[in-house]
Write a protein that binds this ligand. Structure first.
Ligand SMILES: [Zn+2]
Length: 102
């Protein structure tokens, strides 16, 4: 699997150890908090830094969480625009998750 473009290399043992460990810990469910309370809960296949490494996020389990692909893309896009504006990410109104629509 490709790791895509990254300015910060992933820690050693990421794909073989860290990633599967976090997915197991989070029960392969997306941990993204939703406005109605609780978490997204969609099947997660991404492990992400809550605080990205280039913003000083630590390489610890506390800073990792499992996300579904949709939320991972949302977060990546948000971080890209935050970097473009040289500002830390901030909370914005959540967009509805396609999996949660009626
Ligand atoms: Zn999600």
């Amino acid at each position: 699997m490709s790791q895509g473009r990254r300015s910060v290399p992933l820690p050693k043992g990421w794909s073989r150890h860290t990633r599967p460990r976090i997915l197991r810990r989070d029960k392969h469910a997306c941990q993204w908090p939703v406005v109605t309370g609780g978490i997204c809960g969609e099947p997660a296949n991404q492990v992400d830094h809550k605080i990205p490494a280039h913003l000083g996020g630590p390489e610890t389990d506390d800073n990792y969480w499992a996300l579904c692909e949709w939320h991972h893309n949302q977060k990546t896009a948000r971080e890209a625009s935050a970097v473009a504006h040289a500002r830390p990410p901030r909370a914005r109104p959540a967009q509805p998750h396609p999996g949660l629509l009626p």
